[in-house]
Design a protein around this ligand. Structure first.
Ligand code: ARG
Length: 403
């Protein structure tokens, strides 16, 4: 049997790499997908071969990740539960796609991953893999064998798997870093400063930056055209140095568990703020109202592991049409712990100084407003003629003073 294993080099997947050989007599092909995590890929490859992998793939998917996964999320202003920019949720379907491609190439019978039965990642991996190729078997030993950390440590020692003491469970990619476990499991405890890596304050002053957008996605930084990956990398460093992008919230997992989640996402915070602001400048109030519903559904669909679901494609079709006009520049002031939008401009701006100004003469015919207000408020005025006052169990309609 040949198994393709999603391999991070950590304890879970290293134990699984050995178990697959020991228990299933499998040939294991390991795959590490680079979505911008700050890992030593050479070391991971050597570790995989050291533990018996027959072949190892390191896939640099950073460009694809940003262009095909992060950019749609920006267009959708994607924040799950209003707070989480979805870094992990966006990377999982891409990793699943790479695993399926390699399994097909290598003639693999199964794909194995290290997800637990308590999290969202199993849902994202399993549904993505099944939708892309229903014939490939899925093996999830942590979930299926109920593996505990203690058992894994013991197994690792017995099998010469190098282990390091880790308190937190961390997942990282270009769009953000998540930290779970240890003292963070107590939702009352303030996170210790040591858990943060991307958002340590290094700049106490302030700084202005300008993000250029074309059709809803960032294309330039401070007037300079940049490749998608570079814009995000740069903004993680620039905004991270002001401590921008820390998120601490209680999250509703797909499997029903509530969890305390900490994220660092400096580029996401700045880009999403800027993008939303630009949308307000160029989109009609009717589109904006409706798009809020579409956006929150999009975030829910993607969080829930339904990336390869027709509903997501349909939502994207609406979003892409709307985003045609979301081009322009947004000016942001960065200061410790804050990113504030302080200016915006666009060739498609619906803002009209001539209409909005309080000064001098304006094209807006003020006296038309009286009739508009009469009609717009008519139902509310009518409804308030009848004042309802509870009297015991009965309600009595009394005429209002207005009559
Ligand atoms: N709660 C986040 C999510 O579901 C982060 C998950 C982090 N995953 C991990 N394997 N550490 O997207």
């Amino acid at each position: 049997m040949k198994v393709v294993l999603s391999y991070s080099g950590g304890l879970d997947t290293s134990v699984i790499l050995k178990m697959l050989q020991e228990k299933l007599n499998a040939e294991v092909v390991t795959v590490t997908v680079d979505v911008g995590q700050r890992d030593d890929f050479q070391e991971i490859e050597e570790k995989a071969y050291g533990l018996g992998a027959v072949k190892h793939y390191t896939v640099d998917a950073r460009k694809e990740f940003v262009e095909n996964y992060v950019f749609p999320a920006i267009k959708a202003n994607a924040l799950y539960d209003g707070e989480y920019p979805l870094a992990t949720a966006l990377a999982r379907p891409l990793i699943a796609r790479k695993l399926v491609e390699i399994a097909e190439l290598e003639g693999g019978d199964a794909i194995a991953h290290g997800c637990t039965g308590k999290g969202n990642d199993q849902v994202r991996f399993d549904i993505s893999i099944k939708t892309l190729n229903p014939d490939i078997k899925i093996i999830a030993p942590v979930r299926e064998c109920n593996l505990s950390r203690d058992w894994e440590m013991e197994y690792a020692k017995r099998h010469g798997i190098p282990v390091s003491e880790k308190i937190y469970s961390i997942d990282e990619n270009l769009w953000g870093r998540s930290i779970e476990g240890g003292a963070l499991e107590n939702p009352w405890e303030e996170p210790p400063e040591e858990i943060y890596e991307w958002t340590k304050i290094q700049n106490e002053g302030e700084e202005y930056i300008e993000i250029g957008f074309e059709k809803g996605v960032p294309v330039a930084l401070n007037g300079e055209k940049k490749a998608p990956v570079e814009i995000i990398e740069d903004l993680n460093i620039i905004a991270g140095a002001y401590g921008i992008g820390r998120i601490d919230h209680i999250e509703n997992r797909v499997v029903g568990i509530k969890s305390r989640e900490i994220y660092e996402a400096p580029a996401a915070e700045v880009i999403l703020k800027a993008h939303k602001d630009l949308e307000k400048l160029v989109l009609t109030k009717w589109i904006l109202e409706f798009k809020d519903l579409v956006d929150s559904k999009w975030a829910w669909v993607v969080y829930s592991g339904l990336w390869f679901e027709p509903l997501r494609y349909a939502l994207d079709a609406f979003i892409d049409l709307v985003e045609e006009k979301v081009s322009g520049v947004v000016k942001i002031k960065l200061s410790p712990n804050h990113a504030t939008v302080v200016g915006r401009e666009s060739p498609y701006a619906l803002y009209s100084l001539n209409l909005a100004t309080y000064e001098g003469t304006s094209a807006f015919e003020q006296d038309l407003a009286t009739g508009f207000i009469e009609i717009f408020g008519m139902q509310s005025v009518l409804a308030n003629r009848h004042k309802i006052r509870p009297e015991g169990l009965k309600e009595k309609i009394i005429e209002s003073r207005a009559v």
